[in-house]
Design a protein around this ligand. Structure first.
Ligand SMILES: CC(C)(COP(=O)(O)OP(=O)(O)OC[C@H]1O[C@@H](n2cnc3c(N)ncnc32)[C@H](O)[C@@H]1OP(=O)(O)O)[C@@H](O)C(=O)NCCC(=O)NCCS
Length: 161
C-alpha cells in the first residue's frame, strides 16, 4: 500500500507529526535554504571566529521596495570580552563590501537603542548618520526609543555610465 498514490483533497489534511527543534550545525543550511524560499528577502549572515571561537555574528536582510533597495542590519554583535579588537569592523566591512559587490544597494540602515553610545560611535565612524528617532520602538527594553542609523551608498551600478 505504501506505493499507492494518495490523493489529498483540500478538505482532508494528511495527518503527520509536527515537532519544533533547535537550530544546530546540522540543520543550519536547511534553515537558510528554507528562509530563502519562504521569505522574499535574501539574507547575508556571517559569524566571526577569534582564535577558532565564535565571538561575533552579523545578520542582514535586503529590503526591496518599488523605490529603493536597502540592506537592513538586523543584528551585528560581538561578545563583550572581545570588543575593541576590530571584530565589529571586520563584520561591518564585510557587509559594506557585499553591498559594493551587489552594486545596487541604495543604503544600509539599522536600529539602535538611543542609549547605546558605543554602537552609535562605532557606526558613525563608518559614515552612518542618525536619520530618525523612533519613540517606543522596543517593547521589552529600556530605554524603548531607537535611532535609525543610515549610510547612503554612492557606488550603485545603475548610476554608472
Ligand atoms: C558595536 C559593536 C558591534 C562594536 O564591535 P567592536 O568589535 O567592539 O568594534 P571595533 O573593535 O571594530 O571598533 C571599531 C571602532 O568603533 C568605535 N567604537 C567601538 N566600540 C565603541 C564604544 N563602546 N565606545 C566608543 N567607540 C566605540 C571605536 O572608534 C573603535 O575603534 P578603536 O577601538 O580603535 O577606538 C560591539 O560593541 C557590540 O557587539 N555591541 C553590542 C551589540 C550592539 O549594540 N550592536 C549594534 C546594533 S546592531
Amino acid at each position: 500500500m505504501s506505493n499507492d498514490l494518495q490523493i489529498v483533497s483540500p478538505n482532508t489534511k494528511p495527518k503527520g507529526r509536527t515537532e519544533l527543534g533547535d537550530v544546530t550545525p546540522h540543520n543550519i543550511k536547511q534553515l537558510k535554504k528554507l528562509n530563502s524560499v519562504v521569505f522574499p528577502v535574501s539574507y547575508n549572515d556571517k559569524v566571526t571566529y577569534y582564535n577558532d571561537i565564535v565571538v561575533g555574528a552579523v545578520c542582514c536582510r535586503i529590503d526591496q521596495t518599488e523605490v529603493a533597495r536597502r540592506l537592513y542590519i538586523m543584528t551585528l554583535g560581538c561578545l563583550a570580552p572581545y570588543r575593541r579588537l576590530g571584530i565589529g569592523t571586520t563584520m561591518l566591512e564585510h557587509v559594506l563590501k557585499w553591498c559594493d559587490k551587489d552594486g545596487n544597494i541604495d543604503n544600509v540602515y539599522l536600529h539602535v537603542q538611543v542609549s547605546n553610545e558605543g554602537a552609535i560611535g562605532f557606526y558613525k565612524g563608518f559614515g552612518f548618520e542618525i536619520i530618525e528617532t523612533k519613540k517606543q520602538y522596543y517593547k521589552h527594553i529600556e530605554p524603548a526609543d531607537a535611532h535609525v542609523l543610515q549610510k547612503t551608498l554612492k557606488n550603485k551600478k545603475r548610476d554608472a555610465c
